[in-house]
Design a protein around this ligand. Structure first.
Ligand SMILES: Nc1ncnc2c1ncn2[C@@H]1O[C@H](COP(=O)(O)OP(=O)(O)OP(=O)(O)O)[C@@H](O)[C@H]1O
Length: 225
């Protein structure tokens, strides 16, 4: 397997002086292309912090980060934005869909804004992804009228729009009942197998982690298992 990303000796401290919170304390981790991994650890252990750094949305206090052979630490904001748009998708616990927009509009909107236009190819890709997420009959529904599980599946489709090599998901099933959560994870697993997209999914839920081939446990600011 080839390395998708590698972080080495990551430190992240929020605040300074007496208010300093040292969250990551020399964390190292390698993810390979096409991996499906769960990120586990107690509340406050730094899972979201790590995902934010891996998503290039925040730089660590120190440490190295290389993704797809590129140095993410020395890159400037503009280069990072470009890199992120091309290679990384995000799914959050709260889907942040635009309620008045249809499922399809939500999926293609970020790409359309970036490209300054909405292409037929983007619409076709959006439709295909929504169908694969089991939402073929909900494509033109306003997202406000979808169930929680359906909204989260739209959010997964949106994250996949640009065929990223990596999707970072922060508690994507945290708000869902067991059946909806299982369905979301099943569909993510399918995409992982069919498209080779790597997923790193933070969760508190061992059953959700069980859908992933690898479990990464964070504690005391490092990977403990
Ligand atoms: N912007 C910030 N400023 C200061 N402290 C922060 C900030 N973000 C997070 N923290 C602190 O860093 C620690 C790790 O937070 P983080 O959200 O990464 O943990 P987590 O493992 O994702 O937690 P949870 O499972 O509860 O979501 C916590 O103690 C949190 O209070």
């Amino acid at each position: 397997m080839s390395a998708l990303l590698e972080v080495t000796d990551l430190f992240k401290t929020y605040g300074t002086g007496e208010a300093a919170t040292r969250v990551l304390r020399g964390l190292s981790l390698r993810l390979d292309t096409g991996e499906m991994a769960a990120l586990l650890g107690p509340s406050g252990s730094g899972k979201s912090t790590l995902l934010t750094i891996l998503g290039t949305l925040m730089k660590p206090t120190s440490g190295s980060y290389v993704m797809l052979g590129e140095d993410m630490i020395s890159a400037d904001d503009r280069a990072l934005t470009e890199f992120r748009n091309a290679h990384i998708g995000f799914v959050f616990q709260f889907h942040n869909l635009l309620p008045d927009f249809t499922a399809l509009e939500n999926v293609i909107f970020p790409t359309a804004v970036r490209e300054g236009r909405e292409t037929p190819a983007a619409r076709a890709r959006g439709r295909d992804l929504l169908s694969r997420m089991g939402l073929a009959d909900r494509i033109e529904f306003p997202s406000a009228n979808l169930s929680g599980g359906q909204k989260q599946r739209v959010a997964v489709a949106r994250a996949l729009m640009n065929s990223p090599e990596l999707v970072l998901a922060d508690e994507p099933t945290g708000n869902l009942d067991r059946d909806s959560a299982n369905q979301v994870m099943d569909l993510i697993g399918q995409i992982n197998r069919e498209e080779g997209t790597a997923f790193l999914i933070s969760t508190h839920d061992e059953k959700i982690a069980g859908f992933c081939r690898r479990q990464i446990v964070v504690g005391d600011g490092v990977v403990t298992g």
